[in-house]
Design a protein around this ligand. Structure first.
Ligand code: PRT
Ligand code: MG
Length: 213
C-alpha cells in the first residue's frame, strides 16, 4: 500500500490533476465526506487527509509514504528524513512582511528600532531579519496574523500573500517580499527504499505532468 498525505483545500484541489496524470483518481470528495482515509481507483494507493502543518510530520515518521506540502510549512518543520524530489508548482504564493498603512517601516528599520513581528513563520522571519541585521521580537501566532498590527500587538507581520486582497481589506501594505512559495512533493526516505518501484512511478508521472525530464 502507498499512502499519500494531503491537506484539504487548495493543495488537495491542485494535486488532483497531477494524480490524474499518474492514473490515480480519488474516489471521495473531501468536502462531502467525513472520512480521513480516501480510497483511489488504484487499490494499492490511498490518500490520508491531515492538517497542512502536519503533512511533513506524517511523512517523516512514516504515517504516510509521500506528502504534498508548501515550502513555507516545510521550512518551518525542517526537512529531516524527507526526500524532496519535485517542486510541483502548485498553491503558489509568497512570504512577505506587511505593516499597517501609514506605518513608516523603512524609517523604523533605518533607525535600528526593535521591531515587534507577529507570525506563524518564526523560522523564516528569524532568518530573514537576522540576515538584514534588523533586531526583532518575534511573536508566534497560529492564525489571523493580519489582526496583529491593527490591534497594536505587533509593528509588522510575516505572512503568506497571494492576491494581496486580504492585506488590502485590512488596511495593510506589503513592504518586503521574503520568498516565493510553491508546494513540494516529500517522500519518506525509508519508504523510498522499501517501495521503490511504485513510489518512483508516481514521482516520474508527476515529473512528466510538470514537463520535467
Ligand atoms: O487553513 P488551515 O489553518 O487549515 O491550514 P493552512 O492555512 O496551513 O492550510 P491552507 O490549505 O490554507 O494552506 C496550505 C498551503 O497553501 C500553505 O502552506 C501555502 O504553501 C499555500 N498557499 C498558497 C496559501 C496561500 N496561497 C494563501 N493565500 N496558504 C494560505 N494563504 C492565505 C494567507 O495566509 C492569507 O491569510 O490566504 C490569505 C491571503 O490570500 P490573498 O489572496 O488575499 O493574498
Ligand atoms: Mg489557511
Amino acid at each position: 500500500m502507498i499512502t499519500l498525505a494531503l491537506s484539504k483545500g487548495r493543495i488537495f484541489d491542485e494535486t488532483l490533476p497531477l494524480l490524474k496524470a499518474a492514473g490515480i483518481e480519488v474516489l471521495d470528495d473531501p468536502d462531502q465526506t467525513r472520512k480521513l482515509i480516501l480510497a483511489t481507483n488504484q487499490p494499492e494507493v490511498r490518500v490520508v487527509l491531515v492538517r497542512a502543518t502536519d503533512v511533513p510530520t506524517y511523512v517523516q515518521y512514516g504515517g504516510a509514504d509521500l506528502g504534498i506540502t508548501g515550502l513555507d510549512t516545510l521550512i518551518e518543520h525542517g526537512s529531516d528524513g524527507l526526500y524532496q524530489p519535485l517542486d510541483l508548482q502548485i498553491a503558489k504564493c509568497r512570504v512577505s512582511v506587511a505593516v499597517r498603512e501609514g506605518y513608516d517601516y523603512a524609517a523604523a528599520v533605518r533607525q535600528g528600532a526593535r521591531l515587534r513581528v507577529a507570525t506563524k513563520y518564526v523560522a523564516i522571519a528569524r532568518e530573514f531579519f537576522a540576515a538584514k541585521g534588523v533586531h526583532v521580537d518575534l511573536i508566534k501566532l497560529y492564525g489571523s496574523m493580519e489582526l496583529a498590527p491593527l490591534t497594536g500587538l505587533a509593528d509588522a507581520i510575516v505572512d503568506l500573500v497571494s492576491t494581496g486582497n486580504t492585506l488590502k481589506a485590512n488596511h495593510l501594505v506589503e513592504v518586503e517580499r521574503i520568498m516565493d512559495i510553491s508546494s513540494r512533493l516529500v517522500v519518506n526516505q525509508a519508504a523510498l527504499k522499501l517501495k521503490r518501484e511504485p513510489i518512483r512511478k508516481i514521482i516520474d508521472a508527476f515529473g512528466k505532468a510538470l514537463g520535467q525530464p
